[in-house]
Design a protein around this ligand. Structure first.
Ligand code: PHE
Length: 341
């Protein structure tokens, strides 16, 4: 049996030398060391031996098995290394080849400008809030000091859904909602879409965007309004930008103003962008009307506040010198791709 063992050993090691693939090596392992393999067979044959020889033979067979296992492992490492070398030689990577650009989405210009505006007001301590686009008559008008049948309703051509529900014409509706739920001090902005039944042209769209601002606290004055808006204008248009207040009328603020900034294209001299005026109107604002505070459950004797409504579309078209507001809503990729950042 010893000879048989030695014969098997020589045969196996010879055979191993000729193997070249992982598959062949696995077959080899099964053939010799598997359940029905030759080495395993030797162990089985030991039953026929005299009892005193069995331990010695058992040990020798196990030694052979171990030796062959080691040899297979060593060989398969060599085979793997050779395969890898071959593959590396075949697959050369030319790192000087130009890469493939993956197309990525970008922000809409309105969102680029809105993000900047939100940053500015957040740095001044404002919270950002949201309000519904389908609004009730109460929050859009009545709570803002525009009673039913009041002539001020003509200022905004409204899309009514029912007698009581409408598409909000102004983000000011968020003011009324905020006052009902929040306690002063209040410092919020509410950006969003608004709707008016306007004819579409280069400067009008039935859908556009406003950012409402509302501040209510003890002792808030028009100076605070001016300071906040001046800071805002400087951050958006640069330190040299000036602002001016023009008296105006809104039912929910008293006094009311319209706010212009010096044209960023010409610095105030007058050019095509500002139609020669040197100034561009960017928002309406004023001190919150005492009646509006009252309706919102806030005591006008104790608190005062200001509100403003920024026209996001106008800000965007003037910043990027976009000549037609319709471009903002058509989603033409050739236009939008110019604003990726
Ligand atoms: N909501 C007004 C508008 O749509 C703008 C505004 C907001 C004016 C807040 C004063 C205060 O024109």
């Amino acid at each position: 049996m010893k000879e048989q063992l030695e014969g098997l050993r020589v045969q196996a090691l010879e055979e191993l030398k000729t193997l070249e693939s992982p598959k062949e090596l696995e077959d080899f392992r099964v053939r010799y060391m598997g359940k029905k393999g030759s080495v395993t067979g030797l162990l089985r044959g030991m039953g026929a031996l005299p009892a005193e020889e069995r331990p010695v033979m058992g040990q020798m067979v196990n030694q052979l098995r171990q030796e062959l296992e080691d040899a297979v492992t060593e060989k398969s490492q060599a085979v793997q290394a050779a395969l890898q070398k071959e593959q590396l030689a075949k697959e050369k990577l030319d790192v000087t080849m130009p890469g493939k650009k993956t197309a990525s989405g970008g922000l809409h210009p309105l969102n680029v400008v809105l993000d900047d505006i939100i940053d500015i007001f957040q740095s001044m301590g404002f919270d950002v809030i949201d309000g519904p686009e389908v609004e009730t008559d109460y929050y859009c008008f009545q709570a803002l000091n525009v009673p039913e049948d009041h002539p001020a309703r003509d200022m905004q051509d409204t899309f009514y859904l029912t007698d009581n529900l409408l598409l909000r014409t102004q983000t000011s509706a968020a003011q009324a909602r905020t006052m009902e739920t929040a306690k002063p001090p209040i410092r919020v902005i509410c950006p969003g879409r608004v709707y008016r039944a306007d004819e579409v042209d280069a400067t009008h769209s039935p859908v556009f965007h406003q950012i409402e601002g509302l501040v209510i606290d003890k002792g808030v004055t028009m100076c605070d309004l001016k300071g906040v808006l001046e800071q805002f204008a400087h951050e958006i248009y640069g330190e040299d930008t000036q602002i001016r207040f023009r008296p105006s009328f809104f039912p929910f603020t008293e006094p009311s103003v319209e706010v212009d900034v010096t044209c960023s294209a010409c610095g105030g001299k007058g050019c095509r962008v500002c139609k020669g005026a040197g100034w561009i109107e960017i928002l309406g604002a004023g001190m919150v009307h005492p009646r509006v505070l009252e309706m919102g459950g806030i005591d006008p004797e104790e608190y005062s506040g200001f509100a403003f409504g920024i026209g996001l579309d106008r800000l965007t078209t003037t910043r990027y010198k976009i000549s037609d507001i319709r471009l903002l809503f058509e989603n033409d990729l050739r236009f939008l791709e110019q604003f990726d950042r």
